[in-house]
Design a protein around this ligand. Structure first.
Ligand code: ADP
Ligand code: MG
Length: 323
C-alpha cells in the first residue's frame, strides 16, 4: 500500500504548494474561520497549517491519514459535483507517504486532543495530546524518501511563490476567512476575514493596485459573475494576478481567462495582462471537479455561456470609464 500511496502522491503532491493547497482546502471544508499557514525553506523543510475548524475525534484522526478515508462523500454521484473542496480522501495519505506528518486535532466538544505521527506512510505514534479546538497539520521534510521528486522542484523562492499564490487565491475566494501566511518566521500575507472582497483585495494586492480596481457584476440564466478587474495602468507582465474562482473554488479554466483577456482587447499593449479577482457562481450540478488530480481544472456544463457572461460583464465594467 505504501507504493500505491507514493504513486497517488505523485499526482496530488507535486510540490510544496500542492501540500499547502490540500491542507488549506481541508481547513475550509472543516468550516474554519481562521487559517494560519507557516512554512520554512519554501515549504521543503516544514509546512504548518493550523485552523479553528471542526476538528476530528481520535478514530477519525487515525483514519484521515489512510487512503480513501473521506468523510465527505457517500454516493458516487457526489464525487462529480462535490460541494466540498476535497472529496477523494487521498490527499492526507498521499502527503504522509512522502513526508513526516504530525496531525494534532481536537473536536470542539472533546475534552482533549489527539496526535498522530506518520512518516513515509508508516504510523509512528498515536495518543491523546493537549490541543486547542481545531486541527494543526505539520509536514516536515517533504519528499525525504522520494529524492527523484525533489529534482523537479525549482528554487526555494520559486516554490514559496507558488505557495503564496495558493494562499492568496483562497484568501480572495473566501473573504470571510482570516488567512495568515508566514515564511521563515516573517509575515507575508494577512487578511482580516471581514467578508468584504474589496477589503481582501486590498489586503492581498496593496493600496496601489486596489485603488485601480473596477467592480464587475453580471448575472444571467442562473449564472453570476462578480469581482474586480484592474485598470489598464496596473496591468502586469504575467497572468499571475488573475484569480478566478468557480463556486469559491480557485480554478484554472482557459476559456474564462480568454474571456477576461479578450475584454481588454485594444486596451492593453501586447504581453500585458489585466489584474482580476473574479468569482463565478454556477449551479453546483454544472461543475465537474473530477477532471484533474489536484482539482485545479473544472469542467463547466455550459462553459461558453459562462465565458460569454464574463466577457460581457468585464466589457461593461470597462465601458464609460476614463481609462
Ligand atoms: P478529502 O479532503 O478528499 O476528504 P483528505 O485526505 O484531504 O481527503 O482528508 C481526509 C479526511 O480527514 C477528510 O475527509 C476529513 O474528514 C478529515 N480532515 C482532514 N483535514 C481536516 C481538518 N483540517 N479539519 C477537520 N477534518 C479534517
Ligand atoms: Mg482534502
Amino acid at each position: 500500500p505504501q507504493v500505491i500511496d507514493q504513486i497517488a502522491a505523485g499526482e496530488v503532491v507535486e510540490r510544496p504548494a500542492s501540500v499547502v493547497k490540500e491542507l488549506v482546502e481541508n481547513s475550509l471544508d472543516a468550516g474554519a474561520r481562521r487559517i494560519r499557514v507557516a512554512v520554512e525553506a519554501g515549504g521543503l523543510r516544514s509546512i504548518v497549517v493550523a485552523d479553528d475548524g471542526c476538528g476530528m475525534d481520535p478514530e477519525d484522526a487515525v483514519l484521515a491519514l489512510e487512503r480513501h478515508a473521506t468523510s465527505k462523500i457517500t454516493r458516487l454521484d457526489d464525487l462529480v459535483h462535490a460541494g466540498t473542496l476535497g472529496f477523494r480522501g487521498e490527499a492526507l495519505a498521499a502527503i504522509a507517504s512522502v513526508a513526516r506528518v504530525e496531525l494534532l486535532t481536537r473536536a470542539a466538544d472533546a475534552d482533549a486532543g489527539c496526535r498522530v505521527v506518520v512518516e513515509g506512510g508508516t504510523r509512528r505514534s498515536v495518543g491523546p495530546w493537549a490541543s486547542p479546538p481545531g486541527t494543526r497539520v505539520t509536514v516536515r521534510d517533504l519528499f525525504f524518501n522520494t529524492p527523484a521528486r525533489r529534482k523537479h522542484l525549482k528554487g526555494l523562492a520559486a516554490e514559496f511563490g507558488r505557495i503564496a499564490d495558493v494562499v492568496t487565491a483562497h484568501a480572495l475566494a473566501r473573504p470571510e476567512v482570516r488567512f495568515e501566511l508566514w515564511h521563515d518566521g516573517r509575515p507575508v500575507l494577512q487578511t482580516s476575514g471581514s467578508g468584504d472582497r474589496a477589503v481582501a483585495v486590498l489586503e492581498c494586492f496593496g493600496p496601489d493596485v486596489a485603488a485601480a480596481l473596477i467592480p464587475v457584476a453580471g448575472r444571467r440564466d442562473g449564472y453570476r459573475v462578480e469581482g474586480y478587474v484592474g485598470a489598464p495602468r496596473v496591468a502586469r507582465a504575467s497572468r499571475a494576478w488573475q484569480f478566478i474562482s468557480v463556486n469559491r473554488r480557485p480554478v484554472q479554466v482557459a476559456s474564462l481567462r480568454f474571456s477576461l483577456e479578450n475584454a481588454y482587447r485594444h486596451l492593453l499593449p501586447a504581453r500585458r495582462h489585466p489584474v482580476a479577482v473574479i468569482e463565478v457562481a454556477v449551479p453546483g450540478e454544472e461543475v465537474d471537479v473530477n477532471v484533474h488530480p489536484a482539482k485545479l481544472e473544472v469542467r463547466l456544463a455550459r462553459e461558453r455561456a459562462v465565458a460569454g457572461l464574463l466577457y460581457e460583464a468585464v466589457r461593461e465594467a470597462l465601458a464609460d470609464r476614463d481609462l
